[in-house]
Design a protein around this ligand. Structure first.
Ligand code: UT7
Length: 324
């Protein structure tokens, strides 16, 4: 028997306020046509004044727990993937833990920017596979609107706020790709590219929060290559072909990156879950938001093979192959 981390619940939350490209045209030198053509983004959700990352995370977590038929008291572990915590410390996960009424186990944040959900899922999977944890809640939650320079048209049009969550439960499998659960995870980072996508503030460097700075076209070039590579790596590790994948649930940064990855793999783009047009780039939240959407609308069904993949600042990138 092989221990497998099975996804038994999904949830998501988006703030109420939608900001369209047309609205941004009024405050920054950009056009709806440019944003749609270069990124595929048409609108984004922005958290209300006073609405924090832990608020978004809590709402997504509540829905994922209800979907799993569990409560906070059933959890052994919470990991929140976020680059926009409520405070420098303690972890945003600690706030979510308290609000969910979870008093045993442990909760912590994980920082891998846009790859945060993949890193968090892989970490929780390893806690489950080692036998240390039986039930885990993995959340991706961000309020990127708080770290945007709203005068920098190269970044402010690209990001949005939101949260998504999954509940993992230890189950048993045969050790084959037919097992339900996380079949493999592959994580990578290359710190030589730190300066291509970063926030120009932080407690130990400037004592300020700072804003996102990005050399977009250089990040783009790396993203297309890295995304195709991690997909190939995941398939090879499991002895599978691209045609075995039912759904790719990618990090949502740019429609051109998603379509480029699909082309490289020879996968029809209809098998990618796309939310970037409506959510924009929500960093660590984008994959669980997309996953929850496709599960809720019935596209993703139990037993299907899902490939989750992301790339973000650091650089960090990685994948999780999941039999849902
Ligand atoms: O989530 C983590 C990973 N992040 C990503 O994967 C983001 C990757 N990068 C991208 O998605 C794209 O590079 C962007 C959407 C950010 C930009 O698209 P691009 O085709 O790479 O454009 P560019 O940065 O090369 O800029 C082209 C032109 C420039 O003007 P000049 O120098 O050619 O005159 C920019 O100044 O577009 C200009 N530009 C804009 N114009 C109107 C940049 N931002 C805007 C804007 N509106 N918002």
């Amino acid at each position: 028997m092989t221990l497998r981390s099975q996804i038994v619940g999904v949830g998501s939350y988006l703030p109420a306020r939608i900001v369209t490209n047309q609205e941004l045209e009024k405050s920054v030198d950009t056009t709806d046509a440019w944003i749609v053509e270069r990124s595929g983004i048409r609108q984004r959700y922005i958290a209300a004044e006073g609405e924090t990352t832990s608020d978004l995370a809590y709402e997504a977590a509540k829905e994922a727990l209800a979907n799993a038929g569990l409560t906070g008291a059933d959890l052994d572990l919470i990991i929140v993937g976020t680059a926009t915590p409520d405070h420098t410390f303690p972890a945003t996960a600690a706030r979510v833990q308290a609000r969910l009424g979870m008093t045993k186990g442990f909760a912590f944040d994980l920082q891998a920017v846009c790859s945060g959900f993949i890193y968090a899922l892989a970490t929780a999977d390893n806690f489950i596979k080692s036998g240390q944890v039986k039930t885990a809640l993995v959340i991706g939650a961000e309020t990127f609107s708080r770290i945007l320079d709203w005068q920098d048209r190269g970044t402010c049009v690209l990001f949005g706020d939101g949260a998504g969550a999954v509940v993992l439960k230890a189950g048993e499998g045969q050790g084959t790709s037919a097992d339900r659960g996380i079949l493999s995870s592959h994580l990578h980072s290359d710190g030589r590219h730190y300066d291509l996508l970063y926030v120009d503030g932080g407690p130990s460097s400037t004592k300020t929060t700072g804003c996102v700075r990005m050399k977009g076209n250089e990040v783009f070039r790396h993203a297309v290559v890295n995304m195709a590579e991690v997909v190939g790596e995941a398939l090879a590790a499991n002895g599978l072909q691209a045609s075995d994948i039912d759904w790719v649930v990618p990090h949502q940064a740019n429609i051109r990156i998603l379509e480029g990855t699909a082309r490289k793999l020879g996968l029809p783009k209809e098998r990618m879950v796309v939310t970037v047009d409506r959510h924009a780039n929500t960093s660590a939240a984008s994959i669980p938001l997309a996953l929850a959407e496709a599960v809720k609308d019935g596209r993703i069904k139990q037993g299907q093979l899902l490939l989750l993949e992301a790339m973000g600042g650091g650089f960090t990138w990685g994948s999780c192959l999941v039999r849902f």
